[in-house]
Design a protein around this ligand. Structure first.
Ligand code: HPA
Length: 237
């Protein structure tokens, strides 16, 4: 039992999927897992454990933004023994060549966030990167499944509504970031600190270049192919 996840100590699998939205966690459990049991409902932040192709796997909502994400990831690792964490989320494209519904496998994260300054101080610049083993598997499996996936960096921002958003998006894109999200930097940092494996896979839900976004009725289909990719990646199948 931990503060935000109230469950038995062995409730969570070593392999965990992390959507921001707890209702997505519920959808994943209902659609992809067999014998799924809901182990957490504190704050409505649902977590489930079940089986996919015979492998034990959990799916836990995290909320939005690095501070919320950090709470759930830390408790999953520290209190419940999670060892392989794959964030499944959405991102906003920063480049014309990254299209709506494409899948971005995040290799590294830029950030304007405050958490790593607070952790490491001003004189140490930590480089938040994916676990190469998971990254390589995701890339290989995405090609096998014929998914529109690319590998690149993401800009993890603290603010969705940002007075300097356009300026930051331009700078991030000029430095090679392909998209913006609000969690990946923290996932890769915690994974390094706790020495576990981590990867972010995201579908492009909107474009900061064109202002377009994926209509909600189409989001489910793209989300589901990303979940397939994440599950195959976690178990190298
Ligand atoms: N900004 C930050 N996070 C996001 C976005 C965005 O435009 N789209 C999806 N996640």
């Amino acid at each position: 039992m931990s503060i935000h996840i109230v469950a038995e100590p062995d409730s969570v699998a070593e392999a965990v999927l992390l959507p921001g939205d707890p209702l997505r966690a519920q959808h994943v459990a209902q659609t992809f897992l067999s014998d799924a049991v809901r182990y957490n409902e504190i704050r409505g932040m649902y977590g489930y454990t079940g089986y996919w192709n015979g492998h034990r796997v959990s799916v836990q909502g995290t909320g939005m933004g690095m501070p919320s994400f950090s709470i759930y990831a830390t408790e999953l690792i520290q209190e419940y023994g999670a060892k392989r964490l794959v964030r499944i989320g959405t991102c906003g494209s920063l480049l014309p060549q990254l299209h709506l519904k494409d899948i971005l496998i995040a290799q590294a994260a830029h950030s304007d966030g405050g958490m790593n300054r607070s952790r490491f101080g001003w004189s140490y610049e930590f480089a938040p990167v994916a676990t190469f083993g998971l990254l390589e598997k995701a890339w290989r499996i995405a090609r096998r499944l014929n998914l529109p996936a690319v590998v690149g960096s993401v800009f993890t921002s603290d603010q969705f509504y940002d007075e300097k958003g356009e300026e930051k998006a331009r700078m991030a894109a000029s430095l090679g970031a392909m998209a913006v999200d609000m969690e990946t930097c923290e996932l890769y940092t915690i994974a390094a600190i706790k020495q576990v494996e981590a990867l972010t896979i995201m579908t492009v839900s909107d474009s900061l270049v064109t202002g377009e976004n994926v209509p909600s009725e189409e989001r489910q289909v793209t989300f589901d192919s990303m979940v397939e990719l994440a599950l195959h990646t976690l178990f190298n199948e």
